[in-house]
Design a protein around this ligand. Structure first.
Ligand code: PYR
Length: 604
């Protein structure tokens, strides 16, 4: 057909890229039947995978599988699509093939029709188990992505050339893809390059081509029009009030630009626009999670930060006390990328580059010095893992001598974890909770505790879930049809030394005491000392975070040995001894929240 297919990403990538993936199932389900009724011509609705799985468990107290099942029921007539990170499935590190197999089978059985599969280093061998698993379902579509970076129209480009993409596509086709996707996660694909790439792919292969981009610089509708003219079979867009900047281009703009052309979308412009007020009002509820750009930015052509990461990195920078230094972080991101070998940057390779950039800016390290002698500095765990090859081999090969120097004296690679007999049994018998636990052990445990303690809080309105109850206001919660719960907050007790408070509330008129942990009270930070930068025996926190000490007083440590680990947002790093010596004093508790520059340990 001459029509161009459209994937609506509002339920997944749009809120991942604008609202830190926080949109709750309730807010998706409220509009899902409308999408099913008014946009049945959609090629697919991207609504699962990527970061949604992790965020559901970690921050929303939701089971991602329940979300998928509910969406399937609400949208029976449109293909549901998910984003699968190759061997990392929906996590950040590779899992055994049995996990991929079980994950894909369960996702297909629960409702996913189209699996968009990618690998963060464009390493096809890393995607093969997922492609095989999707093909083995016999009904699902394996859409396999080549991740785009750089500018293939630039004559000085040596690595990410047209020839590179064609050779990559050939391997993807050979691996059994049903559809070829071009995944432009940073919005770097310019219109002329899109025309070149799409027409070359269409000429060379017999597969449909599906283009995905982010509208970071503001011009990606031009890229879509060029790609559609060159033969692209489908493109991705989001409802306009959830589109633009780090999200996908606007569906309304796409439909309007192609209506009455040779390649219309078949979507109704009015129907697409009718969804906008709903999402505009939903977006307001999630305002605190908007870390985003107020406007497009052309700086992306330099720093190449993917859309999904750009807003996240700003939040991380603020949490690390580096909020006013975002331009330095952008520049350091570009420098870190060059140091690591000019990577395709998308989860989790983008996290590796971002972790290194935040770390170097936070610790005030000169990138040239670091590149010369990386063995003299602390390096985030994700960067060490990458350099050891845990994510596969980068397209441009390894940066040497940087890599060998960086790995000097650091421990051996972590093998891909093996499954225990209990895990295998779990995957066979009790698949969803077992997958949750294998992929995200901590968040899965917290989710289960939350469920046992509070029941399904997915029934709460998002305002109440995120911002809590105000005293004196009665809240109604609808459980099963016809069952309504009335809740009113009566009183909040003092926090005890563990940070627990007794909260009194009425549930349908009956007074109930509830124990709640007040994180603000529990994390009252004891005053810490600042490290003396001139004292070589002082080990300091490189940035704000939670530090876990790995040594005790009197321990002998070698230079470069890990004395502590630090966790901030999703980043973990080892803090190493600058010189050999004896631990003469621990300046903090074994586990403690610290600020950048705080003294952790003294060495004599
Ligand atoms: C993800 O892996 O979540 C992306 O959006 C690329």
């Amino acid at each position: 057909s001459p029509a161009v297919g459209v994937t609506d990403t509002t339920f997944r990538d749009a809120h991942q890229s604008l609202l830190a993936t926080r949109v709750r199932t309730k807010d998706l389900l409220a509009v899902a039947p409308v999408v099913a009724r008014t946009l049945p011509e959609l090629l697919s609705l991207e609504c699962w995978g990527g970061a949604t799985y992790d965020v559901a468990l970690r921050f929303l107290a939701e089971d991602p599988w329940e979300r998928l099942a509910a969406l399937r029921e609400a949208v029976p007539n449109i293909c549901l699509q998910m984003l699968l990170r190759g061997r990392n499935t929906v996590g950040y590190t590779p899992y055994p093939t049995e996990v991929t197999d079980a994950f894909v089978q369960e996702a297909a059985a629960t409702g996913v029709d189209v699996f968009r599969i990618f690998d963060a280093l464009n390493d096809v061998s890393q995607m093969r188990p997922a492609i095989d698993a999707v093909r083995a379902t016999g009904t699902s579509v394996a859409e396999v992505a080549l991740c785009y970076t750089g500018d293939l129209s630039d004559p000085s480009e040596r690595l990410y050339t047209l020839d590179y993409y064609l050779r990559l596509a050939e391997q993807i086709v050979e691996a059994g893809a049903h559809v070829l996707a071009v995944k432009d996660m940073a919005g770097l694909l310019r219109a002329p390059a899109a025309a070149t790439l799409v027409s070359a792919l269409r000429r060379a292969f017999d597969l449909p081509v599906h283009l995905h981009t982010h509208d970071t610089a503001g011009g990606q509708l031009a890229t879509y029009l060029a790609a559609i003219q060159a033969g692209a079979d489908a493109v991705d867009g989001a409802v306009a009030s959830m589109a633009g900047t780090t999200s996908q281009p606007s569906l309304s703009a796409l439909v309007a630009a192609t209506d009455h052309s040779e390649r219309p979308t078949g979507l109704n412009l009015q129907a697409v626009g009718d969804l906008e007020p709903y999402w505009e009002s939903v977006r307001k509820v999630y305002a605190p999670f908007e870390a985003g750009l107020a406007s497009p930015t052309g700086r992306v052509y330099h720093h190449e930060i993917p859309g999904g990461q750009l807003s996240n990195l700003r939040t991380q920078a603020i949490a690390l006390g580096l909020g006013d230094r975002f331009e330095d972080i952008e520049a350091m991101y570009a420098a870190a990328d060059r140091m690591l070998g000019r990577l395709v940057k998308v989860t989790p390779s983008s996290k590796v580059v971002g972790d290194l950039a935040l770390h170097l800016v936070g610790a005030g390290v000169d990138p040239r010095e670091f590149e010369e002698q990386p063995d003299r500095f602390d390096i985030p765990d994700s960067v060490v893992g990458f350099l050891r090859g845990e994510l596969g081999t980068p397209p441009g090969g390894w940066p040497e001598p940087f890599r060998s120097r960086a790995l000097r004296g650091r421990a051996e690679p972590r093998p891909v974890p093996e499954l225990s007999a209990e895990d295998r049994e779990g995957l066979a018998k009790d698949r969803r909770p077992t997958l949750n636990r294998l992929l995200f052990p901590g968040p899965a445990r917290e989710f289960e505790t939350h469920r046992q303690t509070f029941g399904d809080t997915g029934v709460l309105d998002s305002k109440d879930f995120f911002y809590g109850l105000r005293p004196g206001k009665e809240y109604g919660v609808d459980l099963d049809p016809g069952v309504r719960l009335l809740i009113e907050l009566q009183a909040i007790g003092e926090a005890d030394e563990r940070g627990m408070r007794t909260v009194m509330a009425t549930l349908n008129g009956q007074l109930r005491p509830i124990q709640v942990r007040d994180r603000a009270a529990a994390s009252d930070v004891p005053v810490t000392e600042k490290a003396d930068r001139a004292n070589p025996g002082h080990v300091a926190a490189p940035f704000a975070g939670v530090v876990t000490l790995a040594v005790a007083e009197g321990d002998q440590v070698e230079a470069g040995a890990t004395v502590a680990t630090i966790e901030a947002m999703k980043m973990e790093a080892a803090i190493t001894a600058p010189a050999s010596g004896t631990v003469s004093r621990l300046a903090i508790n074994r586990i403690q929240q610290v600020e950048g520059g705080d003294l952790l340990v003294e060495l004599a």
